[in-house]
Ligand binder design. Sequence first.
Ligand code: NAP
Length: 314
Amino acid sequence: MSTQSAQHHHVFIIGSGPAGFTAGIYAARANLSPYMAAGLQPGGQLTTTSDVENFPGFPEGVMGPELMAHMQAQAERFGLLVSYTMVERVDLRARPFRIWEDGGVEHTADAVIISTGATAKYLDVPGEQEYLGRGVSACATCDGFFFRDKVVAVVGGGDSAVEEATFLTKFASKVYLIHRRDQLRASKVMQERAFKNPKIEILWSTQVREVLGNGAAVTGLRLAGADGVERALELQGYFSAIGHKPNTDLFQGILDMNDVGYLKVQSPSTATNIPGVFAAGDVADPTYRQAITAAGMGCAAAIDAERWLESREG
Ligand code: NAP
């Protein structure tokens, strides 16, 4: 296939969350005229949250969409080109790298920064998406603070669920941990911590059938036990902790990933197994998954890309 009509870029950034925009700011300020394909959800996961109170620099907090709009404006001020497109396919076998946006538009790039993020999994029950940000969350670290002296539930039985439930006991008066089986998947140490915590009550072999609300906020859950008998549970907060899916389908068989699909980087750098391809943010971070750590990795990826490009030219 000919690359004659392809647009060429020094740095192509895939994904537009805090990692992508921070990479954009740094790459633009390094005169690398970066180009970004913003993806399906421009701004990333923060555009689905309301108040962000843990991003440094905003003593009164900031709305997630506003924070992302600021990051974008800052990156564009220095020359980042943002395209509201999806990347459909990449060819990273040879340089320049080749990238196809939806509609088949082809680009080539000397370096690629992947910041496609991760997507929290939800149960997909009625009411869940309707009350997202109004009592439904998938991030206790982000939203736990809003549930001081409230009753909340976490669904899931893995390390995330137990960790989130334990974290939420700092704020909530009571935390239900709702698990579909009669045994947790979480590590023994984490399980013991949950069992010992007087604020945590585990509802075993229980399914969430519906998130209930009053139109403005969550008021409860409709649950079903192992016998199928349904009951309502009153509460104000519901956290989904059934895992995250890194957005790496595009790179299957191309880049090294861990067993659940997170891109592997050669820590402490952001280099992937292909020289010239860097990864930043949640797509490469199963551990911290915070906006600020993603932004930090985005900065690192732009610096890594700049140094790598310089080393090739020099
Ligand atoms: P996970 O280990 O895959 O656990 C997901 C949990 O959600 C499982 O208990 C699963 O139930 C449940 N689940 C999945 N789909 C469900 C559905 N449709 N309905 C009801 N329940 C459902 O995910 P994770 O807890 O996010 O952990 C991911 C990885 O990160 C793991 O390797 C974990 O060890 C690691 N991690 C480590 C730490 C730490 O060490 N501090 C903290 C967080 C995560 P089943 O058990 O029945 O399958």
